[in-house]
Design a protein around this ligand. Structure first.
Ligand code: AMP
Ligand code: MG
Length: 520
């Protein structure tokens, strides 16, 4: 089906109270879940990238009309049935209640019934001012848009719950950004990403009416969440809300376990960036662990406390869920129900991550393997070790007989240091070998498990930056090549080995390749 043949729906706007369209001047919006607002047209939209997989979800297939797509997904043209709006939400940022935030530059165009009867929202990010833009411009720069576009699709193919990305459109306009927060703002090319998800509702959508004591709005929104996002949960009122809260807890646990499995660090786990569907949402200053370091955060704004570092993610998600539970307390959800949900989070996280870790090592289970696991994590931190390469290449070390003298060779590329651990690594491999034997895991089984759990290709920060540099210079080929390779992150893909390489030294401290700011 072609774009202009698509029909759109508007459950969110038709079922919930909202503000009628008005000038998008900054304001506090009360008693409404959203404000009707149109995208601000851009000067010269140009389609830079397109995800066919995501298009297929929506029932879009065949050759696309690039001009039409660029017009629609830049926000210059609305299709029949679209009813654009920006959502109103609040959030806890870096541990503190921040009051009203809202979609400051995201505008949902409409919903569409897609594959398997799932309804998807189409949302433009960078589409212009809304009542929630505060003192900002409602726009997004090309660099952050490339990063959101690529990572959304990469995460999906890695098997991580995530919002999706359909398109990346250059606006032909410049946006002023102070990338290093040093007073040197500079114009950068602008872009718009069309994101796709069954819902973009966040913990913060419920937290805001709860914090304002708006019981009526809170109840309406919670009923909507129950009926549209968790229709399988029966009953109504506080009991049902407690039940779907439990489901949010379990889904969040699974999402974070996947992040930990693949070495993804979100970077801004504020409650306004936590999806009620347990999807990874709002790709900003995220990053991928290269050297394994639990304290690593990609976000320069997070540096003082490292609240959102890799190792803190499971705990922060729990803290965020507690804030959501607190908000639901206003609807009569009991403390016991909230506690049960949070306990469920912990149990689900432990169980899910345990299975993932077992698969990463090709083992049946990691129960009773604490010596092996503790030894592994201490080894990974002793010398700077690339997490992705280490696990992927561990599958290449033969484990069916006595370790050969060359046993360490497959692992050498995983080390950023010239002095990989020798004796200790050998000792750990020996322990690993005995545990595999004790569990009766054969080599073929081990390899199959490991290759399905340990990606070869992840969106390394420097790879994203190279795609950004090229796209900024007008060449979208590297971006589209990355998109294609990241569609099969667990496959070997001969000829694409350079995209699986360890981070080169020049990228260690280069802007965009290691640390990022929120300025997007
Ligand atoms: P984030 O840290 O990206 O999740 O953003 C936090 C809040 O700031 C959200 O309400 C965003 O919509 C808003 N925001 C971020 N960047 C912009 C921008 N360029 N224009 C308007 N609002 C923005
Ligand atoms: Mg956000």
């Amino acid at each position: 089906m072609q774009l202009t043949d698509l029909s759109f729906e508007q459950h969110f706007v038709s079922e919930l109270p909202g503000e009628a369209e008005a000038e998008p001047f900054p304001r506090q919006v009360h008693g409404a879940c959203y404000s009707r607002v149109r995208p601000t047209p851009v000067a010269a939209p140009k389609l830079l990238a397109w995800s066919e997989d995501c298009a297929a979800l929506l029932g879009l297939s065949g050759t696309i009309d690039a001009e039409m797509c660029s017009e629609v997904f830049a926000g210059n043209r609305l299709l029949p049935g679209m009813a654009p709006y920006a959502a109103c939400y609040g959030g806890h940022q870096f541990g503190n209640w921040a009051g009203q935030l809202g979609d400051g530059r995201a505008i949902t165009l409409g919903e569409r019934l897609g594959q398997e009867g799932i309804r998807y929202e189409l949302q433009l990010k960078g589409a212009g001012l809304t009542p929630y833009s505060r003192n900002a411009d409602g726009r997004a720069v090309l660099r952050s848009s490339v990063r959101e576009f690529l990572c959304s699709e990469a995460m999906y193919h890695l098997g991580v719950p995530t919002t999706r990305a359909l398109s990346l459109v250059g606006t032909g306009e410049r946006v002023l950004r102070d990338m290093f927060y040093d007073g040197n703002a500079a114009p950068e090319p602008g872009a718009v990403v069309c994101r796709v998800a069954p819902s973009f509702l966040r913990f913060g959508n419920l937290e805001l009416p709860a914090a304002r004591g708006d019981q009526v709005l809170l109840a309406k929104l919670a009923d909507f969440v129950h009926q549209s996002l968790f229709p399988e949960i029966s009953g109504s009122g506080a009991e049902a809300h407690g039940a779907w809260f439990g489901e949010v807890c379990r889904r969040t646990a699974v999402m974070v376990a996947h992040w930990m499995r693949v070495g993804f660090v979100h970077g801004v786990m504020n409650t306004d960036n936590m999806s009620l569907l347990g999807l990874t949402i709002d790709y900003g200053p995220y990053g991928w662990l290269e050297g394994f370091d639990p304290d690593w955060t990609p976000n320069t704004t997070d540096l003082p406390g490292r609240r959102y570092c890799y190792g803190n993610q499971p705990g922060v998600a729990l803290w965020n869920l507690a804030r959501l539970g607190q908000a639901l307390g206003g609807l009569g959800v009991t403390e016991d129900a909230v506690r049960a949900g949070l306990d469920d989070y912990k149990l689900t996280y432990e169980a899910t991550f345990g299975i993932m870790l077992a698969n990463k090592l090709g083992l049946d289970s990691i129960e009773e393997e604490s010596k092996l696991i503790d030894g592994l994590f201490s080894l990974l931190q002793q010398v700077e070790t690339d997490m992705t390469l280490f696990f992927r290449r561990l599958a290449e070390v033969p484990m069916n007989e006595d370790l050969p003298p060359w046993a360490l060779e497959p692992l050498v590329p995983a080390y950023y240091s010239d002095n990989p651990p020798g004796t200790e690594l050998m000792a750990w491999l020996e322990l690993y070998r005995t545990r595999l034997a004790a569990q009766g895991v054969d080599e073929a089984q081990r390899r199959a498990r490991m290759d399905a759990a340990n990606p070869k290709y992840v969106l390394r920060n420097y790879l994203a930056q190279q795609a950004i540099d090229a796209a900024t210079a007008g060449d979208t080929a590297p971006l589209n090549r990355l998109l294609e390779v990241l569609r099969q992150p667990y496959a070997e893909q001969p000829g694409q080995e350079d995209l699986a390489a360890r981070r080169p030294e020049w990228a260690r401290n280069k802007a965009g390749c290691s640390m990022l700011s929120c300025s997007s």
